[in-house]
Design a protein around this ligand. Structure first.
Ligand code: FAD
Length: 435
């Protein structure tokens, strides 16, 4: 259906996607061209973007490019990364470039290409409410009403900062890392504090420390709660956590076991990539021993938590920083600009309010079944599915790109009443219950 057509006529679909980031773009790609499943995916953004505020020039994808929108469940799909390269006429160039990790910008461009060639993906339309009329879902957008047999929510995440910073984000002296590309360019000579020791904080620190003279900040402090600037664990057995079989195993564990797992294995997804860590260490080495950039001072503060913050007239901030293991040790770090690289949390789903009483919850998460459909009291052939919104039920892979295609396949199977063969069992026998 054309965009014009979509906006002028009331539409009835079998699958309505809310949000068109990589999660729902994967489902849109798998459903594309299937006349049995009329579908529409709406995204509030005026046009495609993908974490553009963090598209730092050297940023890399933290997973294999094989983990694209479709390949792991349908390698023959025209929406694969390989087809994107072929379509652009540069499949040989890509091979010869021998990227160790794909540039994040290239993955973004691929996603944009996949969205643009799918007429069922519409940007610039916000979903405001989802209700159920006894037969179908009634979805109100800022432009029209859509009738849908199934709704797939893929609204992703939103920035998170500690309470003390929440009403102080002015985009100039306090900003979240998601605004880095638009807000963090003119920092020459200023004292900058980066808070957060994950990949995003590391990328910000590396960018700042690598700026040419004349654009370098005066001082860069990097503070993390973690005991060190710890790496992501990308080893083979850890990657088993990001497989369909493990996702299903995890979902059946008791809540305390699931919570404990996420806490203990956070670095499987949230650590710093080896490439970035090396680049930072080398930049520090060059700065201190080779290039003699005396005008830049850096301070690396692992094992510290920012516990307070006061404004420093005429501008800037005093950060009160507590050491995690040296009891009672408190330091003060001054900064003209504070960059919070403190992560993201699940996006808001206020549009589900009309259904809220009918959808099952486990604290702040909706409870999903085997097929990622929220458990509810409505008919079983109608469902609200969740993509990337149930980390506590599905583990560390849920917000990650690794299982995007598989999760979408499972949702598509449920909607179409088909069953795709699952991959073979793991080498690891996770459960004592397995036969
Ligand atoms: C900087 C960054 C880099 C990352 N890199 C990697 C990586 O290398 N590997 C990896 O595995 N993971 C990575 N991730 C994690 C994850 O893969 C991404 O966050 C990914 O974008 C999640 O996809 P999504 O579709 O769930 O959400 P999003 O990409 O956030 O998309 C959600 C969409 O929903 C739309 N939306 C929200 N509300 C509404 C509404 N009411 N109506 C209509 N539309 C709405 C939004 O406009 C948005 O476009 C990264 C995350 C970040 C922040």
């Amino acid at each position: 259906m054309s965009h014009e057509h979509a906006l002028n006529k009331p539409v009835r679909v079998k699958c309505l996607g809310i949000g068109a980031g990589p999660a729902n773009l994967s489902l849109a790609s798998l459903l594309h061209g299937d006349p049995a499943v009329p579908n529409l995916f709406l995204d509030a953004k005026p046009s495609f973007s993908w974490h553009d505020g963090q598209m730092l020039p050297d940023a890399k994808l933290q997973v294999s490019h094989v983990k694209d929108l479709v390949t792991l469940v349908d390698p023959t799909s025209p929406f694969s990364f390989m087809n994107y390269l072929a379509d652009q006429g540069r499949i040989y160039h890509f091979l010869n470039a021998q990227f160790e990790s794909l540039p994040r910008q290239e993955y973004r461009n691929y996603l944009e290409w996949a969205a643009a060639r799918n007429e069922n993906v519409v940007y610039g339309e916000t979903v405001g409410a989802v209700d159920f009329d006894g037969t179908d879902f009634v979805v109100e957008t800022d432009r029209r009403t859509v009738i849908a047999e199934n709704v797939v929510v893929g609204v992703g995440s939103r920035p998170w900062v500690p309470l003390m910073a929440r009403d102080r984000l002015d985009g100039t002296t306090q900003l979240h890392i998601s605004e880095f590309m638009t807000r963090a360019h003119s920092l020459a000579g200023l004292d900058v504090a980066v808070v957060g020791g994950g990949q995003s904080g590391a990328e910000a620190f590396l960018d700042l420390v690598s700026r040419p003279s004349g654009q370098l900040p005066g001082r860069i402090s990097w503070i993390t709660r973690r005991s060190n600037y710890l790496p992501i664990d990308d080893s083979p057995f850890t990657n088993e956590f990001f497989t369909p079989g493990y996702s299903d195993y995890f979902a059946d564990l008791a809540l305390p076991a699931r919570q404990d797992f996420i806490f203990r294995h956070l670095l499987a997804s949230d650590g710093i990539s080896g490439e970035t860590a090396r680049a930072i260490y080398q930049a520090l080495y060059l700065q201190r021993f080779v290039n003699g950039a005396e005008h830049l001072t850096t301070g690396l503060y692992p094992n510290r938590e920012v516990v307070g913050m006061t404004a420093q007239p005429p501008g800037g901030w005093d950060l009160e920083v507590r050491h995690n293991i040296e009891t009672g040790a408190v330091e003060h770090i001054e900064a003209d600009v504070v960059i919070w690289a403190t992560g993201m949390v699940t996006g808001t789903m206020d549009f589900l309010a009309p259904l809220a009483g009918r959808l099952e919850r486990e604290s702040d998460e909706y409870v999903v079944d085997h097929d990622f459909a929220v458990r509810w009291d409505g008919p079983s052939d109608r469902g609200v599915f969740l993509q990337n919104a149930v980390r506590r039920q599905r583990g560390l892979a849920d917000p990650n790109l690794s299982l995007n295609a598989w999760r979408s396949r499972r949702i598509a199977d449920r909607i179409t009443g088909t069953h795709t063969r699952e991959p073979l069992d793991s080498f690891l026998r996770w459960s004592a219950k397995a036969g």
